[in-house]
Design a protein around this ligand. Structure first.
Ligand code: G16
Length: 552
């Protein structure tokens, strides 16, 4: 195995965003682009002798050549072994599990998550540390700094590895090994350890109808193994389960706009199944639907926390919960009742890792359709679906009759009150226009407190900062909050995961204690606040956009 040091020129745009480096495929295809970033990661890590690296992605276009390059560079940078998911595919939570289970020195997760794929779509790469979670900012900042100074990268002259068949390829008398693994079984086994599969199987056999949409993305094979092979669900309850390099031309983002096939089925009146769910490109996001009913991710987290002891893995209780700042405070109310701590972190799963490692939290969630627990260090779409099914199974009456998802939410709101919540996204806005919206709001920080808009009076406003209580690091500029006297709030943030222009997210939240109003559509209940957000931000005037591209 010959190791070559190749000269390269630095790129100045390799700053990791909310979750790794995400760019158009064509950006990644530039000579040296992927290599520079991978070398900057390896240089930051200072790889110890004998280390193993996990590698896998969501199967999108460019996954395969990227994996070959990463294997060659891992060999040249001192790794002794690389574990690769069969066909190069690992869902993000499965990658996290493999890193933890086989104690690898972290892993390269290749995905642009919910972003579109294909030759004109997006690609992405992130490094997860050995706890299985995304690298914290101190590592990603260092990687970015190195990427701006890089002059050479190291690569081994290995032949192309057959990544489609399970097995091992050994080089240089065992000095370097590539092992192709079946990660579906490992992941399915983990789910079976956490949840009561017997109870879920009984629920599915009782006529309770489930529809799962893998959106032509990575969870298809995992869903087939878990739902069909292990839980006995009919094959018709699964849709779009064959992973495709471009997600069949779709947008693998499980929300009410992009999961439209599933939404149509779940909103088909009496004919609709009892429970519907979808997951995203790399399998870490989830959307939960009942019959003609949408569960916001913030409410989903709260319901799971409130019912955690119904699930075998959490039967003795949960240590604490955490949510990202823009996620609604619904879970805070559950935590208060359970008398457990609730942490508020910036957007980005990487901020939960320290809290989980320290045993301070068990469940975490984000409004961006992410929920998970300390079983891995990533959000986990299928885990959330199984958690819901386990809760539904455990709440079924003596005759096996399950409650509806809507009934569970109504009962939850009756007990805790409802944090009415919605997020409005304005996508692909010219960056200057998006920045001017944010600057315009910030310029009002001194004048807004004390002002009244309709029925809402502004109490305070700020740009959210987070002090990590475990490692003492501080993260500034994590989203603008306008907090009202009655506890309602509007949050403005620029997305850190887009690859084209900027995306402005407006998060709207109002607390409704009156159960007679709990059935109201969130857009109706939040109508006044939506107008206030537009007035304060002057978003329409500054961007020329009349309506959001996505509402959830
Ligand atoms: C990523 C992060 C999440 C974050 C989400 C949205 O999710 O892992 O923690 O909430 O992006 O981020 P933003 O609002 O900055 O676009 P994923 O599923 O894309 O990896």
């Amino acid at each position: 195995m010959k190791i070559i040091s190749k000269p390269t020129s630095a790129f100045n745009d390799q700053k990791p965003g909310t979750s790794g480096l995400r760019k158009k495929v064509k950006v990644f295809q530039q000579p040296g682009y992927l290599e520079n970033f991978v070398q900057s990661i390896f240089d930051t890590l200072k790889v110890p002798a004998g280390a193993t690296l996990t590698v896998g992605g969501d199967g999108r276009y460019y996954n395969r050549p990227a994996i070959q390059t990463i294997i060659q560079m891992a060999a040249a940078n001192g790794f002794a072994r690389v574990l690769v998911g069969q066909a190069g595919i690992l869902s993000t939570p499965a990658a996290s599990h493999i890193i933890r289970k086989y104690h690898t020195y972290g892993g390269m997760v290749l995905s642009a998550s919910h972003n579109q794929g294909g030759i004109n779509g997006d690609f992405g790469i992130k490094y997860n540390i050995s706890n299985g979670g995304p690298a914290p900012e101190k590592i990603t900042d260092d990687v970015f700094a190195k990427s701006k100074l890089i002059t050479h990268y190291k690569i081994a002259d290995l032949p192309e590895i057959d990544i489609d068949h399970i097995g091992e390829t050994i080089f240089d008398d065992g000095k370097f090994t590539v092992k192709i693994i079946d990660a579906v079984q490992d992941y399915a086994d983990l789910m079976q350890e956490l949840f009561d599969f017997t109870a879920i199987k009984k629920l599915l056999a009782s006529g309770f109808k489930v529809q799962f949409d893998a959106m032509h993305a990575v969870t298809g094979p995992y869903a087939q193994e878990i739902f069909t092979n292990r839980l006995g669900a009919p094959i018709t309850s699964l849709m779009n389960c064959v992973p495709s390099e471009d997600f069949n031309g779709g947008h693998p983002d499980p929300n009410l706009t992009y999961a439209e096939d599933l939404v149509k089925i779940m909103y088909a009146g009496d004919r609709a199944p009892d429970f519907g769910a979808a997951s995203d490109g790399d399998g870490d996001r989830n959307m939960i639907l009942g019959k003609n009913f949408f569960v916001t991710p913030s409410d989903s987290l709260a319901v799971l926390a409130a019912n955690a002891t119904l699930v075998p893995a959490y039967a003795t209780g949960i240590a604490g919960v955490a949510r990202s700042m823009p996620t609604s405070g619904a879970v805070d109310r559950v935590a208060a009742k359970l008398n457990i701590p609730c942490y508020e972190t910036p957007t980005g799963w990487k901020f939960f890792g320290n809290l989980m490692d320290a045993g301070k939290v068990t469940l975490c969630g984000e409004e961006s359709f992410g929920t998970s627990s300390s079983h891995v260090r990533e959000k986990d779409g299928l885990w959330a679906v199984l958690f819901w099914l386990n809760v539904l199974a455990a709440k079924a009456d003596a005759c096996g009759q399950a409650q509806s998802v809507e009934a569970i939410l109504m009962a939850h709101w009756a007990e805790f009150g409802r944090n009415v919540y919605s997020r409005h996204d304005y996508e692909t806005i010219p960056t200057d226009a998006a920045n001017s919206v944010i600057q315009h709001i910030k310029a009002q920080f001194e004048s807004l407190p004390g002002q009244t808009f309709g029925s809402y009076s502004v109490k305070t406003c700020d740009d959210f900062s987070y002090l990590d209580s475990i490692d003492g690091s501080i993260s500034h500029n994590q989203g603008i909050r306008i907090l009202f006297e009655d506890g309602s709030r509007i949050v403005f943030r620029l997305s850190g995961t887009g690859t084209e222009g900027a995306t402005i997210r407006i998060y709207l939240e109002a607390f409704e204690p009156d159960s007679r109003k709990h059935h109201l559509d969130a857009q109706v209940a939040l109508a006044e606040m939506i107008q206030i957000a537009l007035l304060i931000s002057q978003l329409k005037e500054k961007t020329g956009r009349d309506t959001p591209t996505v509402i959830t």
